[in-house]
Design a protein around this ligand. Structure first.
Ligand code: GAR
Length: 207
């Protein structure tokens, strides 16, 4: 059984999807053993507590830079004996001390079709604002491994939705969450926990 540590910063609907998937048996071979938040008081922490999952808060604002913050996260992941780290709405970019120590063991959900609308500065509603401003006709979400470059690690799964003419960023965000993120993130986590993702020449394939 792999130890899954989930990192969050906000409402935690993706965390909820993972909790529900674990309960219903969609996630095979892994168990959420800890939730770490970069902010105190966020609803994701309540979701964890409601499901008896241990939590830790490591506030980003208490650290002067990304390197010292990432070292604190690394210590916590090691203490928790994490086999898989899931960034589920985690709004901080992790330094290479974490991404190298957990190479191909950190999975992120990004709310767009990478390589569009991704990288530094593209997070949360900003992603959907950019997609609507560009006028794309499809958008979606990408589940990928995390490496040293923001949103540039090997893609595991992607799914699409259609963009409607009168969409607001909030409406598009919700459609992508419901139809793609909440389904594909648990699926990718389960595949990882069953050792069904292989890496060939830096690309991820489902076995
Ligand atoms: C989700 O849409 C997730 O894809 C996005 O933030 C939202 C978090 O919602 N993540 C990013 O933008 C990361 N770059 P949640 O807290 O309800 O899961």
């Amino acid at each position: 059984m792999k130890n899954i540590v989930v990192l969050v910063s906000g409402g935690g609907t993706n965390l909820q999807a993972l909790i529900d998937a674990e309960k219903s048996g969609i996630i095979q071979g892994g168990k959420i053993t800890c939730v770490i938040s970069s902010k105190d008081g966020v609803y994701a922490l309540e979701r964890a507590k409601n499901n008896d999952i241990p939590t830790r808060v490591i506030p980003r604002k208490e650290y002067s830079d990304s390197v010292s913050y990432s070292k604190a996260i690394l210590d916590a992941l090691n203490e928790e004996k994490a086999d898989l780290v899931v960034l589920a709405g985690f709004m901080t970019i992790l330094d290479e001390c974490v991404t190298k120590a957990y190479a191909y063991k950190i999975i992120n959900v990004h709310p767009a079709l990478i390589p569009s609308f991704c990288g530094e500065g593209y997070y949360g509603l900003k992603v959907h604002e950019a997609a609507l401003a560009y006028g794309v006709k499809v958008s979606g979400a990408t589940i990928h491994f995390v490496n040293e470059e923001a949103d540039a690690g090997a893609i595991i799964l992607q799914g699409t939705v259609e963009v409607q003419k009168d969409d607001t960023p909030e409406v598009l965000q919700r459609r992508i969450m419901e139809n793609v993120e909440w389904k594909l993130l648990p699926k990718a986590v389960s595949l990882f926990c069953q050792d069904r993702i292989e890496i060939v020449d830096g690309k991820a394939y489902v076995k």
